[in-house]
Design a protein around this ligand. Structure first.
Ligand code: 13P
Ligand code: SF4
Length: 364
């Protein structure tokens, strides 16, 4: 796959430049939402108890993302694991003593856990669950892009393959991207950013750093519609608008709070508003409802002019995780994540750099 890479340049108001790489990305097939088998409350409780027993017997801990099924999230917390954003999932996996890490999320999350814990067993209920950002950043194209710009610091989002991480200087998540780029800005220099163009543009606008952006996007956040959001805000003038920065710039522009999944959850808990419009995966409502049961939560519109609604605010890959699949991987040992040790060693460097940097921020 040899594709010529050109660049489009945009003069920015603040004088810095943002450059979007004009790369022909592979077509991404978004799977249909998976059917979840019906279960009675009793069946569900029995299944959860069986999984909890297996976790205990196998010295295993469950780490779930906020977008996964609410039952998985609740089970993770009830069994001493965690439900978190992707930064906290990596931190938790790196620090936890369990011999087996069970990662309910998408593949890059399991790979990050394996890279940080190569000696441990990492299982995933849905090891085939990918991410459109990861799929949209193949290593051969990305390497070519980096090789053409050797004077740039390569910063990649965690939503990438182990190979792409290994080619980078820094790995970031949405929870720490701004702080890392501000830190790099103090040293001067230019940044090559991949793969989410919306998050990259958001970071560029707030830091003024010169950045070249890979043109990938998240199929879920890409679907939020600015005009329809404006109409919904008009109907709910008291609502605070919470937006994940993977959303398009016109949606981010309407936000009261822009941040990682954790930041958006904290906003629902801490802001005095009684109504919220939320532009991220609706799986996040599970934790939001627990922390603020009396507040009204509305999903930002994905329907409207030009809508494809492939995801409808629900990541089809995150949805591949289920209690049944979790029980199965614990019973059979299927779903184990492997990352070649030499690749893991290379990819660990930029991830560890992020975790070390995060630790310095916590101390401040
Ligand atoms: P967070 O790091 O904010 O949890 O986001 C991960 C993700 O995949 C968002 O789509
Ligand atoms: Fe990837 Fe988007 Fe799904 Fe997050 S919500 S895992 S960025 S496709």
């Amino acid at each position: 796959m040899l594709i010529e890479i050109m660049t489009l340049e945009f003069a920015m108001k603040n004088g810095a430049r943002e450059t979007l790489a004009d790369v022909s990305l592979p077509r991404i097939t978004v799977p249909p939402h998976p059917d979840q088998p019906d279960m009675s409350a009793l069946e569900k409780a029995e299944l959860k108890a069986r999984i909890a027993t297996m976790l205990r017997q196998q010295n295993a801990v469950l780490v779930a993302h906020y977008y996964t099924d609410g039952d998985l999230q609740d089970l993770a917390e009830a069994t001493g694991g965690c439900v978190a954003d992707s930064l906290e999932m990596a931190r938790f996996a790196a620090a936890h003593p369990a011999q087996t890490l069970v990662v309910a999320g998408v593949r890059f999350m399991g790979e990050t856990s394996k890279i940080l814990n190569n000696e441990k067993r990492v299982l995933m209920p849905a090891p085939d669950a990918t991410c459109s950002l990861d799929e949209g950043c193949p290593i051969d194209l990305f390497t070519d892009f980096c090789d053409r710009h050797p004077d740039h610091t390569v910063v990649v989002y965690a939503n990438t393959s182990a190979e792409v991480k290994a080619r980078s200087h820094w790995v970031v998540t949405s929870g720490i991207a701004l702080a890392v780029v501000r830190h790099l800005a103090e040293k001067g220099g230019k940044i090559l950013w991949g793969p989410d163009r919306h998050l990259g543009r958001y970071v560029q606008r707030l830091t003024g750093v010169e950045m070249m952006l890979w043109p990938g996007c998240c199929v879920v956040h890409e679907e939020f519609k600015a005009r329809e959001l404006a109409s919904l805000r008009a109907l709910h003038p008291q609502a605070a608008v919470l937006v994940h920065p993977e959303s398009p710039a016109e949606v981010v522009a309407q936000a009261d709070v822009v941040g990682s999944t954790t930041a958006l959850i904290q906003a629902v808990r801490d802001l005095p508003n009684l109504e919220f419009i939320v532009a991220t995966d609706a799986g996040i409502f599970n934790k939001m409802r627990q922390l603020a049961p009396d507040k009204l939560l509305l999903i930002a519109p994905t329907a409207g002019e030009g809508a494809a609604c492939e995801s409808c605010a629900h990541c089809p890959w995150m949805e591949m995780n289920s209690l049944h699949k979790l029980a199965r991987v614990l019973e059979t040992g299927e779903g184990e994540i492997q990352v070649a040790p030499h690749l893991a060693a290379k990819a660990r460097i930029p991830i560890q750099r992020m975790l070390d940097f995060a630790a310095t921020l916590k101390k401040e």
